[in-house]
Design a protein around this ligand. Structure first.
Ligand SMILES: [Zn+2]
Length: 119
């Protein structure tokens, strides 16, 4: 039960951090400076949650000869000709899984360390 509560508090912490980053990302859109769609490499890892333009990415399907039926993240505003998010869906999911595995490993290590100390 203790271990469960500990995991729960860690996962809440992770969620809170995620919210903090989202708030930080949001605040950069509210600072009154002229807005330009700048690619943000640090935000490109895993499943994209926000486009460079501030919109929520959408999933579309490729109908090219090379990648028929392959899904990708794009933006509904792409028609304006500015730079918008574009990423293969499977690449994004693989990155997300890798990050998730790293996070799980970190949590397991933290739990093991805590059990060693208190049990
Ligand atoms: Zn966009």
């Amino acid at each position: 039960m203790l271990v469960f509560d500990f995991c729960l508090s860690l996962s809440l912490q992770v969620k809170e951090n995620g919210k903090l980053y989202a708030d930080l990302a949001q605040s950069s859109f509210d600072n009154g400076e002229p807005f330009q769609n700048q690619p943000q490499p640090e935000g490109d890892d895993g499943i994209p949650t926000i486009c460079y333009c501030g919109s929520e990415p959408v999933v579309a399907t490729a109908y090219t000869e090379k990648d028929p039926g392959r899904r990708y993240f794009t933006c509904n505003n792409v028609v304006d000709g500015a730079t918008h998010i574009w990423k293969w869906w499977d690449d994004a999911v693989m990155e997300e899984m890798r990050d998730f595995q790293t996070e799980i490993r970190r949590i397991k290590e933290a739990v093991a360390e805590r059990e060693k100390r208190y049990c």
